[in-house]
Design a protein around this ligand. Structure first.
Ligand code: FMN
Length: 185
């Protein structure tokens, strides 16, 4: 797929089939992520790939965290939270490393991990997959971070839910760049 077609044709796809993805396909996505630019060659992205019961483990952690904050919730009230990671067969969590020394700037690591996330989305699109970049409270949740192997002060830039598309969204054209640019000549 031509790069401009990928960039302009990609759309968030929320409705994803449960069919498992071949490992090679997931690795293609990760490899695309790892092509992102990064300053000082620190490769600051961290990928955690959840499939199968791995997603259920994350759901259990989310439900436990929700319960900690809302102890009056009846058990069935946690089902919705527990099921969140099951919305796709593969969830790729992308985090950013904390800078290891003074010359490394945290925002640059976060920017680079975000570029990796976009690469994953574009690669998914090029492979005919559906994907959505999610964050929400879970990207900042201490228990979720701990489960995923991130430290409390590490950023999770996103959860990429990906799989074969089920319902395709209506194609749309995004608002252009014109109102977001200043030309200095
Ligand atoms: C940092 C980030 C976080 C996002 N978090 C969510 C989210 O939690 N839930 C959601 O439905 N979409 C989320 N999105 C996806 C946006 O809703 C989506 O990109 C936007 O609607 C534009 O649609 P498009 O991707 O088709 O251009 C997120 C996107 C980004 C970049």
């Amino acid at each position: 797929m031509e790069v401009f077609d990928a960039i302009h044709g990609r759309q968030t796809i929320k409705n994803i089939k449960q069919d498992a993805l071949p490992r090679e396909m997931i690795e293609k996505l990760l490899s695309a992520g790892a092509q992102a630019p990064n300053h000082h060659k620190v490769r600051p992205w961290r990928f955690v790939v959840l499939t199968g019961d791995g997603r259920k483990k994350l759901g259990d952690v989310m439900a436990a965290s929700f319960f900690d904050r809302n102890p009056a919730t009846p058990p069935e009230g946690l089902d919705k939270t527990r099921a969140l990671p099951l919305r796709a067969p593969v969830v790729i969590v992308i985090g950013a490393d904390k800078p290891a020394d003074a010359k490394i700037i945290e925002i640059e690591n976060v920017s680079s991990a975000s570029a990796a996330a976009q690469n994953v989305l574009l690669a998914a699109h090029a492979l005919g997959l559906g994907a959505i970049w999610r964050t929400g409270e879970w990207a900042r949740d201490a228990k979720v971070k701990e489960f995923l192997g991130f430290t409390a002060d590490q950023y999770i830039v996103g959860f990429i839910y990906v799989g074969y598309p089920d319902v395709l969204p209506e194609p749309y054209i995004r608002i252009g760049f014109e109102d977001r640019v200043t030309w200095v000549e």
